[in-house]
Write a protein of this length. Structure first.
Lengths: 96, 164
């Protein structure tokens, strides 16, 4: 299953971007990469089992990803209006 | 080397190369373009896996929807100010270590899995198959997703207003 290997590498690239970058927009993009890796895995296993349920799950994941991106970017805009920054380590209001 | 393997490696290169560029470029616009290349690669892999409906959904929703949203936000938020700054966290070693450990664990677990023998997809078209599964076996989740999208629309409009 080469597709699972591709999905694993995509997941790791997404995780690295999520944990290492300071820019919120890039972090949201990394989340999209992770969700794509999951989708690729679901579709590959759906093909392997000869069953469309995995593809339907991937559709649900895409719908949730759209909702997540819309709300996340809305929060980002509200945050930028208040704090004038998009670097995550400068947003430390709740940090002790 | 068959044509299938050739296309698989081409789409894999697009996917992983685009993803790697997306998380390393300092400019957010460049990252968005690289993300688009990566999403196109994933769409191609869907096509290879005979998931034609998801291929179309990926292009319309991800590339036409989410990526456009990202580009709009990049336009609204002045990201060029952050271009000369440090791009990575101060304690980036911790994040890199967590990623590496997760990669090793997942690879070891994945190599131990015993898969059942592969089965063939039913011969009906992919769109019919997805529609049958979605609207018969998963009808309730399908309706719940519409509710989720409604909540997301209301929430993002509320968050995006001038005086929230």
């Amino acid at each position: 299953m080469h597709y699972v290997a591709v999905s694993l590498v995509l997941l790791l690239i997404g995780t690295a971007g999520l944990l290492l970058r300071r820019n919120i927009v890039i972090i949201l993009m990394s989340i999209e990469l992770i969700l794509n890796a999951v989708n690729l895995n679901l579709v590959a296993f759906a093909r392997h089992h000869g069953n469309a349920a995995g593809q339907v799950f991937a559709l649900f994941v895409i719908a949730v990803a759209v909702a997540e991106a819309a709300v996340g970017l809305g929060i980002l805009l509200a945050l930028y209006r208040n704090r004038e920054t998009v670097q995550v380590d400068e947003i430390d209001l709740l940090k002790w | 080397m068959t044509l299938d393997t050739l296309f698989f490696y081409a789409f894999t290169t697009l996917t992983l190369g685009g993803a790697a560029l997306a998380v390393t470029r300092p400019s957010a616009v460049h990252a968005a373009i690289a993300l688009m290349v990566s999403l196109l690669g994933v769409a191609g892999l869907y096509l290879q896996l005979t998931a034609e409906f998801l291929f179309v959904a990926q292009i319309i929703l991800y590339i036409g929807g989410i990526l456009l949203l990202f580009l709009f936000v990049i336009m609204l938020v002045n990201l060029d100010a952050g271009r000369g700054l440090r791009q990575f966290h101060r304690r980036w070693t911790v994040g890199a270590a967590v990623t590496a450990v997760a990669g090793v664990v997942l690879a070891v677990l994945g190599s131990r899995v015993q898969l059942p023998p592969a089965q063939r997809m039913p011969e009906t078209g992919n769109v019919e198959l997805v529609a049958d599964t979605l609207l018969q076996d998963y009808l309730v989740p399908f309706e719940v997703v519409s509710l989720l999208l409604l909540v997301a629309v209301v929430g993002s409009v509320l968050l995006g207003r001038k005086r929230a």
